[in-house]
Design a protein around this ligand. Structure first.
Ligand SMILES: CC(C)(COP(=O)(O)OP(=O)(O)OC[C@H]1O[C@@H](n2cnc3c(N)ncnc32)[C@H](O)[C@@H]1OP(=O)(O)O)[C@@H](O)C(=O)NCCC(=O)NCCS
Length: 147
């Protein structure tokens, strides 16, 4: 497995996985906008040309927010998401020095994602009631300090 910053030609692969995984999938065009923007970091995990998973961070001066992370079903539970989060933490620490903390929100019942976040160093800091729709669900907020 190889982890790298994604290029334009990978965006269709991300959009395809988005459509399989999320009820509000992002389009190829909006993913391309993120890839071209200095305010976003988009990393993918690849096996040869095959996209196994990806992660998207938005950079907001001293804070960054994890907006999306997904791994294709056949590649889950093999540490792909853990590797993506580890590489992102190192990248923000080394290349985006003003970032001091990472935030994210996740559906309360998304056990796999919550375990992933807790395992990789995120700490629960709050909740937003009925934040999500389709289906309606609370959001749990997590934070990680970057040293
Ligand atoms: C959440 C997700 C990204 C995890 O990806 P992954 O590559 O399978 O995760 P990893 O293999 O790195 O596992 C990390 C930890 O998560 C937990 N985990 C992963 N899958 C799990 C599952 N199905 N049930 C419970 N815990 C799970 C485990 O604690 C695991 O650590 P361990 O192997 O040391 O026990 C993946 O399940 C996914 O794409 N889900 C759909 C999209 C999503 O919900 N994204 C998050 C919201 S934006």
């Amino acid at each position: 497995m190889k982890l790298k910053t994604v290029s334009d030609s990978d965006c269709i692969k991300i959009a395809t996985l988005e459509a399989q995984v999320f009820s509000d999938p992002w389009s190829e065009e909006s993913i391309k906008d993120n890839v071209h923007s200095d305010n976003y970091l988009v990393m993918g995990a690849f096996e040869d040309e095959d996209l196994l998973g990806y992660v998207i961070y938005m950079l907001l001066s001293e804070e960054a927010e994890l907006l999306r992370i997904a791994v294709k079903e056949e590649a889950r539970n093999k540490g792909v998401a853990t590797s993506l989060l580890d590489v992102m933490r190192n990248k923000t620490r080394e290349e985006v020095k003003e970032v001091k903390s990472l935030f994210l929100e996740v559906r309360e019942n998304n056990t796999a994602a919550r375990k992933l976040y807790e395992k990789t160093g995120f700490v629960e800091v709050g909740m937003r009631k009925n934040y999500y729709s389709n289906p309606t669900e609370n959001a749990v907020l997590y934070k990680m300090e970057i040293d």
